[in-house]
Design a protein around this ligand. Structure first.
Ligand code: 5GP
Length: 185
């Protein structure tokens, strides 16, 4: 008998590994998946749209929601807070979709505790050098910030063994194909 498909899929991995691009392509190819829009206290980057990329909140707004238990998980990352609103997940699930959370590793650990049957995927770069290059080429961060993000990424890479599957993001197409295979699609 085929294994039951998970209803909640976490895609995690170090910042800069290209999770966002992989998730966008995965959803384009598989419309029965839906991505949850997170809330964050960080400033929008150029081109990002409120309500689509994130719900941008002030720290006070974020804390008020956290105090009301409005987040399925939340974590502090690189000086900002990020969280998955329950409302965003419930809406997609009610529509019969499998929900994908693109989140960092502390949040992934919280999901594991709350939902034993969630599927946790960890995306890694082919090499550390490639990750550094990707962080540099993002072009929105200064050197100090890149250094901090790289140190964080190194620490996050240590968490890979807590996940169900590790996927190497050598090419976007390759990573997406591998994830689709793991998800039984
Ligand atoms: P960025 O600032 O580059 O958009 O995101 C920084 C990190 O926060 C990324 O690793 C991203 O996956 C993660 N992130 C985005 N949304 C959430 C969320 O709702 N919860 C958690 N725990 N991490 C998130």
């Amino acid at each position: 008998m085929a294994a039951q498909r998970p209803r909640l899929v976490v895609i995690s991995g170090p910042g800069g590994v290209g999770k966002g691009t992989v998730v966008r392509e995965l959803l384009r190819l598989h419309p029965d998946l839906a991505v949850s829009v997170s809330a964050t206290t960080r400033q929008p980057r150029p081109g990002e749209v409120d309500g689509m990329d994130y719900h941008y909140l002030t720290p006070a707004q974020f804390d008020a929601l956290a105090a009301q238990d409005a987040f399925l998980e939340w974590a502090e990352f690189a000086g900002n807070r990020y969280g998955t609103p329950w409302t965003s997940v419930a809406k997609a699930m009610a529509a019969g979709k499998t929900v994908v959370l693109e989140i960092e590793v502390q949040g992934a650990a919280q999901v594991r505790q709350r939902f034993a049957d969630a599927l946790l995927l960890f995306i890694v770069p082919p090499t550390r050098e490639v990750l550094l290059e990707r962080l540099r080429h993002r072009g929105t961060d200064d050197d100090e910030r890149i250094g901090r993000r790289m140190a964080l990424a190194e620490a996050e890479l240590e968490e890979a063994d807590k996940f169900d599957h590790v996927v190497v993001n050598d090419t976007v197409d390759g990573a997406v194909t591998e994830i689709a295979r793991i998800l039984g699609r």
